[in-house]
Design a protein around this ligand. Structure first.
Ligand SMILES: Cc1cc2nc3c(=O)[nH]c(=O)nc-3n(C[C@H](O)[C@H](O)[C@H](O)COP(=O)(O)O)c2cc1C
Length: 231
């Protein structure tokens, strides 16, 4: 898996993966500003552009990470979740997919299923952004619904592909929704904004085993059907 910049959209798609071990090297502000400006060309129903973004590095990021870490010590299961990250009774084949990606990742890390403390400690690395120097937090106006969450997804994917074009990597993180009240407090988030997810941004650590995790995808015929085409 290359960490070279992607030259085409196909290359950006092929080389994007959730990176979970980053180098501490800083990311220049003008680069992030340019990426977010370009990503805002993402389409949205009715051109609502319902995304609201906070990008943190340095001292403000450390303040947030510290606050969340303190909260996590008090409430390891998180504060009140604002939206269901997964449906309550996740059915097949989704439950199996979710289980498999977790098991594949822990196998690479050498953390056994029985090692609950090891898995908890690894999960907690979410709240250090896996060592990334930049955290991007995505909010949506509370009046929005499912359709606008999908708009946010298009914006996010655009950011992630543009990051690849610049040689950077990322990991989307819904885990942050577990501590949204603390995030609102530290960032002074307007009351009408709701956190969707975080995005760890930085350069991947090339020798980290966890960064070699290649997630499965269903075959084309399992999720798409085509009708009316000439053979
Ligand atoms: C909206 C969103 C939220 C995610 N939240 C987390 C998270 O909290 N922690 C994590 O380690 N990975 C998270 N992921 C990464 C997914 O597990 C990952 O995208 C999926 O397994 C496919 O792997 P890939 O991104 O490497 O292709 C998230 C991905 C998305 C799109």
């Amino acid at each position: 898996m290359t960490k070279m910049p992607a030259a085409t959209v196909s290359e950006a798609l092929a080389t994007r993966l959730s990176v979970r071990d980053f180098l501490p090297a800083p990311v220049p502000l003008p680069l992030l500003q340019s990426i977010l400006t370009k990503a805002a060309r993402a389409p949205s129903g009715g051109n609502l552009q319902p995304w609201h973004i906070s990008v943190l590095t340095g001292a403000p990021l450390e303040t947030l990470l510290q606050a969340v870490s303190l909260r996590q010590a008090e409430m390891p299961k998180g504060e009140a979740a604002e939206y269901p990250v997964y449906p309550a009774n996740l059915g097949s084949p989704y439950a199996e997919r979710r289980f498999k990606i977790g098991e594949d990742m822990y196998a690479l890390l050498g953390i056994a299923r029985a090692d609950r403390d090891g898995r908890r400690a690894w999960f907690a690395r979410n709240f250090r952004l896996f060592g990334a120097p930049v955290g991007m937090f995505c909010f949506v106006d509370r009046q929005m619904g499912a359709a606008q969450f999908s708009d946010l997804g298009m914006f996010l994917q655009s950011v992630m592909l543009l990051l690849r074009e610049a040689g950077l990597d990322s990991c989307a993180q819904e885990a942050w929704s577990m501590f949204s009240p603390t995030i609102y407090q530290v960032l002074g988030t307007p009351a009408n904004h709701m956190l969707f997810c975080g995005l760890a941004i930085g350069w991947r650590r090339p020798d980290a085993a966890v960064n070699t995790l290649v997630s499965d995808r269903a075959d084309l015929e399992d999720f798409a059907c085509f009708q009316g085409f000439q053979p």
